[in-house]
Design a protein around this ligand. Structure first.
Ligand code: UDX
Length: 446
């Protein structure tokens, strides 16, 4: 008999995981406490922008013409408990307000709602990013609450998906990591992931603590790589070097690799910044804070990128923002996403606005979310309109369509031809040929 799966929490992670599990052939029931989100998903629509996810949903959501009907959504915990053999917990673990530590309240409430209803054998699988030690604590909580007793087990299966690539990362992950206490949980998870494993995805079995730490370590490493190259950008600027050339050259060494060496205004989003902070907070609780002091530096190099961009813009505006118009291209924390959580682009736009400039933003997908978060900024319907009358143009999120802009056309509407590339993906030569003063982070001014 095929396993029945449930997915608790239908944000980026949960919605993608639910659809991907249906694609693998399982019957899946997704739950969210937000009825509006559930209505949207039932209609086969995605509550956020994630390439390919709408097609995947349409292929499986029950009631949609031509779908397999394997994917359903509910707000009922009882239905979830009755239905599932394996329950994936995919709720978010944001940074606590005013603290580094992570807020576990959504995970805790999910376990407290589900466990007392588990009257038959089941495996609860955590996928959220959590402080090390959470799985052991939650396993004890499940044992205390579940009427089925020993027949309910818990495993930890961290998720590594990137926004913008969520579907491909979930269907064909680089690796699957499971933290388990016993053979039954491992056997069930091998059954769930049989297809990707048969296609060659490595399946790493570990204890709870190691599985939780794999995720913390991976995100710390990626953040460190970005801050490393941004630190090199600072030195390049001081010495007159070119960080883009430098990254290319060191990246040819296989041991270093070329990925995640793009210097610019740094990392943001709902994961990397809060994950490294939560990791430091947890290490402190464990008495291992010294081991992670370097992450404090990683974080401060990253935040310094944003203020540096503000300073470069001030310089470009002749030393003062008052009476100046600044065009900001990009609002999301990365391209191919509508996510503006801890977006470096919006942070820079907000700082410049607060210091007196008139800021107009354009983003291909993030306008609605940006306007909700930063209602005092101005928003333009196109890049060209944002640039109209601007004294400086900032390129802050590297959408492909910004690389395809015609600098000559923009030159015709700007008040001053000054462009600052905060992502190092525009072609300096092209812009300079169209009469622009082109400045980039960690690169010489020609
Ligand atoms: C990240 C991890 O990659 C993923 O494995 C984890 O599960 C969640 O966190 P995501 O937040 O979707 O994924 O974005 P990612 O593609 O990692 O980019 C993070 C940030 O780093 C973005 O703001 C991006 O612009 C920035 N970045 C990335 C750089 O500044 N330079 C780079 O070279 C790469």
């Amino acid at each position: 008999m095929t396993l029945k799966l449930t997915v608790i929490g239908t944000g980026y992670l949960g919605a993608t995981h639910a659809a991907a599990m249906a694609e693998l052939g399982f019957e899946v029931l997704g739950l969210d406490i937000d009825p509006a989100k559930i209505e949207t998903l039932r209609a086969g629509r995605v509550p956020m922008y994630e390439p390919g996810l709408d097609e995947l949903l349409a292929r499986h959501v029950e009631g949609i013409d031509g779908s397999t009907g394997r994917l359903r959504f509910t707000t009922s915990w009882q239905e979830v408990a009755d239905f599932g053999d394996v329950h994936f917990v995919c709720v978010n673990t944001p940074q606590k307000h005013g603290e580094y530590a992570c807020d576990m309240s959504y995970v805790d409430s999910a376990i407290d709602a589900l466990a007392p209803l588990l009257t038959r054998p089941a495996l609860v699988v955590g996928k959220s990013t959590v402080p090390v030690g959470s799985a052991a604590r939650l396993a004890a909580r499940v044992a205390e609450l579940a009427p089925a007793g020993d027949a309910v087990d818990l495993a930890w299966n961290p998720e590594f998906l990137r926004e913008g690539f969520a579907v491909q990362d979930t269907l064909r992950p680089d690796r699957i990591v499971v933290g388990v206490r016993g053979g039954t949980a491992e056997k069930l998870l091998r059954e769930v992931y049989a297809k990707p494993v048969a296609d060659g995805t490595p399946f790493v079995v570990a204890d709870y603590a190691t599985a939780e730490l794999v995720k913390n370590a991976a995100n710390s490493f990626l953040s460190t790589k970005i801050s490393f190259i941004n630190a090199m950008a600072e030195v390049c600027e001081a010495a007159g070097g070119d960080v883009v050339k430098l990254a290319e050259a060191i990246g040819h060494d296989d041991r270093i690799g070329r990925k995640f060496l793009r210097a610019g205004i740094g990392f943001g989003g709902g994961c990397l910044p809060k994950d490294i902070r939560a990791f430091m907070a947890r290490a402190g609780e464990l008495g291992a804070d010294q081991a992670l002091t370097f992450l404090r530096e990683v974080d401060s190099i990253n935040m310094r990128r944003r203020s540096h961009m503000v300073e470069l813009t001030r310089e470009a505006c002749g030393g003062a923002f008052l009476g100046k118009r600044v065009a900001v291209l990009g609002a999301t924390f990365k391209p191919d996403s509508d996510d503006v959580r801890d977006s470096p682009a919006l942070n820079v736009a907000g700082q410049i606005h607060l210091q007196g400039a008139q800021v107009t933003v354009f983003d291909p997908k993030g306008m609605e979310n940006a306007a909700r978060l930063f209602p005092t900024l101005a928003y333009a319907p196109t890049a060209l309109e944002a640039v109209r009358g601007a004294h400086a143009v900032l390129h802050l999120t590297e959408w492909k369509q910004f690389r395809e802009l015609d600098p000559a056309e923009l030159a015709g509407v700007a008040a001053e031809r000054v462009v600052l590339d905060g992502r190092n993906t525009l072609d300096p030569q092209l812009w300079r040929e169209a009469g622009w003063t082109f400045r980039a982070m960690g690169r010489p001014n020609a």
